[in-house]
Design a protein around this ligand. Structure first.
Ligand code: OXD
Ligand code: MN
Length: 600
């Protein structure tokens, strides 16, 4: 490929001097080259070709057993000054970080090929988009990037002679955990990743660029990179309204992005369109509204638990052109994971490649096993998902997993209060995770592991974004909680497709169609405004969901919220002095309202 950009060529030259690959191959995005790489990946044992009749163009990959997830403790923000990384990020001084990884990576591509992947996050040439060049010695990475991003020649053409590109360098090395580093250099537009082959650590366009580097870029340039799904809700008149939503992991983000409305709504003509399932880049448009674009071109979804009932759309995405990682492999060249169906295969290999006995108690698929599927495969992909102008946002939703504290849904009082609501986002730990049940783990805007700069400055950026337009044009901000439990530990709300009923209330609020009840924490629905007709859900064997349960879901308990206030104060103190005074004021105001309310 003919690249005239001197900065790109210099980056490649320097990387080649360091890593000393035998050859350098440019990824052009052509089907012919992709096919050749698939063949080579299989020949080298990096990939396994799956049953092409049942799963056309699908492939299988196993990571090393010590390399199955993102590694937050080995992820660093390498800003020049520690204070710019802030208290919630690991920090490494950039010169030290370069020297350390120079040492680890030197000569590590000897005898190997270094692939040059020019990729665009966002539709090529859209005003939202940003370009990156990833250098890697992994065919698996190349094939994943070809699904997850727009890659190839058109990207180099779009870049022209600009220096505005992210320099991503990835080397597999020995997959040595002790030498594994995921380094972001926000001031240099650079990323380095070594000793891992797991998606979140090595598909540099995703978390490293589209969130950590891009959040920093957005701060400097006046836009936002958020860990959010984007969906469109269509009513029977064909009117589509867009929502972006942030949730910590294990809260059903991909399921919400691909939600199928309850039957009663479906037959009336309601539907949900998916724009993105993980990341939203948000800018103020020419009309002063907030517009969001999904910078990715595929879904890197968690496989276990995905099934015909929980998310048929996600399942359909994986029928073609998909890479499966760390799932169980069946002898007929198809795949299986826990929760796919109730028939675990008897003669499969588990995710480590060993013969698997489903009765052994050992899992066939790793709990973080994944599918990498093209977004265009999705039956409910929005016709607007590649609109270069993005989609206009009506609402922003924050959410978490709370057993008692948060109601099913509430609306913030205004933008600044909404930023406060995002900043106090939390999910409770389950017994399996930590041994302590019900401990809220704060994850502001679900960006804790993904913010490329100081969290307090990030909150201030959110407040500043609210001043970039008039109040009437700002998206309204909400908080949801699908996970409230009754005293016996049963989920009171059914979740999944039924969450549509809550989305409907949210849109009705945005359009000024329904009133709400003012509470110390924000606006809560009148129970009759959450439509539950046709909702058939057994909370437990002798208790069917009814109006009383809905009422219960919408209550808030002052004492729990006062405990919450104390916990938030401690969390803000951890972030430090950069927490905007406005947010502390919001916290104080909420506390005062709670105390007032308790007296009444
Ligand atoms: C993801 C994550 O993989 O947030 O999307 O961890
Ligand atoms: Mn994510």
């Amino acid at each position: 490929m003919d690249c005239q950009n001197a900065m790109v060529n210099q980056f490649i030259k320097e990387a080649a001097e360091l890593l000393q690959p035998e050859r350098i191959v440019w990824i052009d995005g052509s089907e012919q080259q992709t096919e050749e790489l698939r063949r080579l990946g299989c020949e080298r044992g990096e990939m396994i070709r799956l049953n092409q009749e049942k799963l056309p163009n699908c492939y299988y990959h196993r990571t090393a057993v010590n390399d199955v997830s993102r590694v937050e403790d080995r992820t660093f923000i390498c800003s020049r000054e520690k204070k710019h990384a802030g208290a919630t990020n690991n920090w490494m001084e950039p010169r030290r970080a370069y020297a350390l990884t120079d040492g680890i990576m030197r000569g590590r591509m000897k005898g190997r090929t270094m692939y040059v992947i020019p990729f665009s996050m966002g539709v090529v040439s859209s005003p939202f988009s940003k370009i990156g060049i990833e250098l890697t010695d992994s065919i698996y990475v190349v094939l994943n990037m070809l699904i997850m991003t727009r890659c190839g020649e058109q990207v180099i053409r779009a870049l022209g002679d600009s220096n505005d590109f992210v320099r991503g360098l990835h080397a597999l090395c020995d997959i040595d955990e002790q030498k594994r580093y995921i380094l972001q250099f926000p001031e240099d537009n650079a990323i380095r990743s070594c000793n891992s082959g797991y998606g979140g650590n090595v598909l540099l366009g995703k978390k490293c660029f589209a969130l950590r580097i891009a959040s920093y870029q957005g701060w400097k340039e006046g836009w936002m990179a958020e860990h959010m799904l984007i969906l469109g809700l269509e009513n029977p008149a064909g009117d589509v309204r867009y929502i972006a939503a942030a949730f910590p992991s294990a809260c059903g983000k991909t399921n919400l992005a691909m939600l199928i409305p309850p039957e009663g709504y479906r037959i009336k003509g309601y539907r949900v369109w998916t724009v993105g399932d993980d990341i939203a880049w948000i800018r103020v448009g020419p009309d002063g509204r907030f517009y969001a674009q999904n910078p990715e071109a595929g879904f890197f979804g968690v496989a276990p638990g995905t099934n015909e009932k929980s998310n048929p759309n996600a399942l359909a995405c994986t029928n073609e052109g998909t890479i499966f990682t760390n799932v169980a492999l069946k002898p007929d060249g198809t795949v299986w994971w826990e929760g796919l169906d109730k028939n675990p295969p008897r003669d499969a290999l588990d995710w480590t490649g060993k013969p698997w006995d489903p009765d052994s108690g050992v899992k066939g698929a790793h709990p973080n096993s994944r599918f990498t599927a093209p977004a265009r495969n999705c039956p409910c992909i929005s016709p607007e998902w590649e609109n270069p102008a993005g989609v206009p946002l009506e609402a922003i939703i924050f959410g978490g997993r709370r057993a008692k504290t948060a109601p099913l849904v509430y609306q913030s009082r205004d933008w600044d209060h909404g930023v406060f609501v995002g900043s106090i986002m939390a999910s409770e730990t389950t017994a399996a995770a930590t041994g302590a049940v019900g401990v809220p783990r704060r994850d502001p805007m679900s960006m804790l592991p993904f913010c490329g700069y100081d969290m307090g400055d990030y909150f201030q950026h959110w407040l500043d974004m609210g001043k970039m337009t008039t109040d009437d044009k700002l998206p309204k901000i909400f908080n949801v909680n699908w996970f409230r439990l009754d005293d016996k530990g049963n989920f009171i709300w059914p979740g999944f497709g039924e969450n549509f009923r809550v989305l409907q209330w949210i849109i009705a609020r945005c359009l000024g169609e329904v009133d709400a009840v003012e509470t110390p924490i924000g606006w809560v629905p009148y129970p009759e405004d959450i439509h539950i007709e046709g909702l058939d859900y057994q909370i437990c064997p002798n208790h069917r969901f009814g109006e009383e349960d809905l009422r219960r879901l919408l209550t808030i308990e002052n004492s729990l919220w006062l405990d919450e206030v104390a916990d938030i104060r401690a969390f803000y103190a951890k972030i430090g002095k950069t927490v905007p005074a406005k947010l502390i004021k919001e916290l104080n105001k909420m506390e005062a309202r709670l105390r007032e309310d308790a007296k009444a």
